[in-house]
Ligand binder design. Sequence first.
Ligand code: ZN
Length: 242
Amino acid sequence: MIGQRESVSGAHFAFTDRWGGVSAAPYEQLNLGGAVGDDPDAVRANRELAAGSLGLDPGRVVWMNQVHGNEVAEVAGPWTAPHIPAVDALVTASRGLALAVLTADCVPVLLADPVAGVAAAAHAGRPGMVAGIVPAAVDAMKRLGADPARIVARTGPAVCGRCYEVPEAMRAEVAAVEPAARAETSWGTPAVDVSAGVHAQLDRLGVHDREASPVCTRESDDHFSYRRDRTTGRLAGYVWLD
Ligand SMILES: [Zn+2]
């Protein structure tokens, strides 16, 4: 259910694993993604189960329509419009409002400045990391009063640099933007380490309280992995402030 959970000075960070939900194969069990072909009733039930295990009201969890871009939306409450905005990061200054990010190999990035009372959740896949979704999220937090020196950053389970094989030209394109993301697979071919890229970006922004999950989704049977399974569920990362 909840694979990792941590609280720092009233800021809460949590990442799910794939167990403890009601979805049938190939989404078993705790698929939290609503756009992957799973039964919507199962997804709704899973979101309620996950929220309940975190002590959250499922109606106070804000999701986004992720598109691998670099747009950020500021939210003060649940969406009221019928269409959820196509953004890859959410930022809030509303305490008690949880922000959620969906992934299956991409890097879920959770950020919080407990002093300013500002939180953000970002979806950083390879395109989003290159496009600068993480700096955009930190900028949005700063506009709400956050200080990078106080921001606590946690990144969740994601495909690791030894597993994320890409063509040589793609590795070169990514490394030209973010050298830290240059990697090689365990079998010796070009690869990208998106998590390393995200952490390098955060470091340059002055965010130094950072931790990365040791879990590689592609290597873990307890996590959804798009690159391993193609049709599969989505994990979620949640961040909120007391
Ligand atoms: Zn791996």
